[in-house]
Design a protein. Structure first.
Length: 154
């Protein structure tokens, strides 16, 4: 299990202790037994690590894992993109801790369609008037084609 690998290693210093891993975010399910208060699920092995390495783990529990959350998919895609960008292009987004030497900090980002609207995001939309015009024209053409198909008897 990853938690074991983060806290212990056969022949070396644990990655969190050595600084090889500076910050860990864990996004997993956790369940509580209402009668006994015991916790179970994939997040539970990280609870002792969170106490052992304060401020270095970010635990993101899923307490309603049986529901569908489009944000989970968007967040997972963003996580993969961030890992790829860090490896391939040496750029970091949503940085936790110190920026590694040779890397560029791109600041904080959220997946498209997730989070609050900001004046910057609204300004970016306003600057796309040509794209909006093309999108409107395309939508009108699609509506005309669908209207024609709908009006045609079988």
């Amino acid at each position: 299990m990853i938690a074991t690998k983060l806290s212990t290693s056969m022949h070396s210093t644990p990655p969190l202790l050595s600084g090889k891993v500076s910050h860990v975010a864990v996004d997993a399910d956790i369940f509580s037994d209402g009668n006994h208060g015991t916790l179970r699920g994939p997040l539970t092995p990280y609870l002792p690590l969170n106490k052992r390495y304060p401020g270095r783990l970010e635990l993101l529990p899923h307490v309603a894992a049986d529901t569908d959350h489009p944000t989970r998919v968007a967040g997972a895609k963003q996580a993969v993109d961030q890992i790829f960008d860090a490896i391939q292009f040496k750029v970091m987004r949503n940085l936790k801790g110190t920026l590694p030497e040779g890397y560029v900090d791109l600041g904080s980002t959220v997946p498209a369609g997730i989070g609050k609207s900001t004046s910057a995001s609204l300004d970016a939309l306003a600057d796309q008037s040509e794209q909006w015009k093309a999108l409107r024209q395309l939508s009108e053409r699609i509506a005309a084609v669908i209207g024609g198909i709908d009006a045609t008897p079988d």
